[in-house]
Ligand binder design. Structure first.
Ligand code: AMP
Length: 298
């Protein structure tokens, strides 16, 4: 595994591998790696011989300076975790901020519509920052495949859209959410949860499990009922004393309110700040694979 810190070094590394006929996959991350990230690397390795992991805490996607400041960073631990994989990635790109943004950014990639709701409503500019840095990474690495987690489902749909709209020659792969045994979605931010706050945070996956159960119950007659499904999830949050930033049942592709009574799949997405730590999670109700891990919770 080679650590690469400059754009030129990444391009040279990838070009050399390409000359040998390898397919290339990119896994963009912000570091503080956990098993969710490692699952993306393993998925990438199933699709390409050469995997590049990027680790970059992208300042332009943080709407609050204190959140950027508090974001966990652990480069030595990250490099050790990647080296310890059965097959380490071929390269890890760890640019300094000045390497990706040598000047104050003038050009911005902005995906309209999809970014207005859910996390976009409370984090102004967040998805422009994500879309711009991912476009830059896709241009730098020029991978055949780019791998993202379904935990950040709105981000995944934003990236699918920008890739389609800008005709970028890359296949976008979405990987299922990796959870702790008690259901909590793995997240770099979990490191900042006290044991008590972590217990409260379990209300998120439990609320999504309630949504999945409500979906199962409503299946059979007509489409899924977004109001009943959201209410089932909301009830669990209320019982735990968690006031969500949002809890919505939306169309999984448009992220807009679903067509009345005909939806066969609904994305139930939730965000909440628990003891100062902002957490997100989601389930696609009607997708048996996505529901299974949550329905298995007690
Ligand atoms: P981040 O470092 O949080 O920006 O995440 C980098 C990538 O890892 C994104 O594509 C995330 O969706 C993905 N990811 C983060 N947590 C998980 C998880 N628990 N399961 C699967 N993918 C994840």
């Amino acid at each position: 595994m080679e650590q690469l810190t400059t754009i030129d070094a990444v391009r040279a590394h990838v070009a050399a591998q390409r000359r040998a006929g390898a397919r290339v996959a990119l896994v963009p991350t912000m570091g503080a790696l956990h098993e969710g990230h490692l699952a993306l690397v393993e998925a990438a390795q199933r699709h390409a011989e050469v995997v590049i992991v990027s680790i970059f805490v992208n300042p332009t996607q943080f709407d609050r300076a204190d959140d950027l400041e508090a974001y966990p960073r652990d480069l030595p631990g990250d490099l050790a975790a990647l080296r310890a994989l059965p097959t380490p990635p071929s390269g890890v790109f760890t640019p300094a901020v000045g390497e990706l943004y040598p000047t104050a950014p003038r050009t911005r990639v902005s995906v309209a519509g999809l970014t207005d709701g859910l996390c976009g409503a409370s984090r102004p500019g967040h998805f422009d920052g994500v879309a711009t840095v991912v476009t830059k990474l896709l241009t730098i690495v020029a991978p055949d495949v780019a791998v993202f987690g379904r935990k950040d489902r709105q981000q995944l749909e934003v990236i699918r859209t920008l890739v389609a709209d800008l005709d970028l020659p890359v296949t976008v792969l979405g990987v299922p959410t990796v959870r702790d045994p008690d259901g909590l979605a793995r997240s770099s931010r979990n490191r900042r949860l006290s044991p008590a706050a972590r217990q409260v945070a379990l209300a998120l996956p439990r609320s999504l499990a309630a949504a999945a159960r409500a979906g199962v119950a409503s299946r059979g007659g007509g489409g899924l009922d977004p109001t009943a499904i959201a209410a089932a999830a909301q009830q669990v949050l209320a019982t735990a004393g968690v006031q969500p930033e949002y809890l919505e049942a939306v169309d999984p592709v448009t992220l807009a309110p679903p067509p009345d009574g005909t939806a066969v799949r609904l994305l139930v997405a939730v965000a909440a700040v628990i003891d100062g730590v902002r957490l997100i999670d989601n389930v696609e109700v009607g997708d048996p694979d996505d529901e299974a891990a949550l329905l298995a919770l007690a």
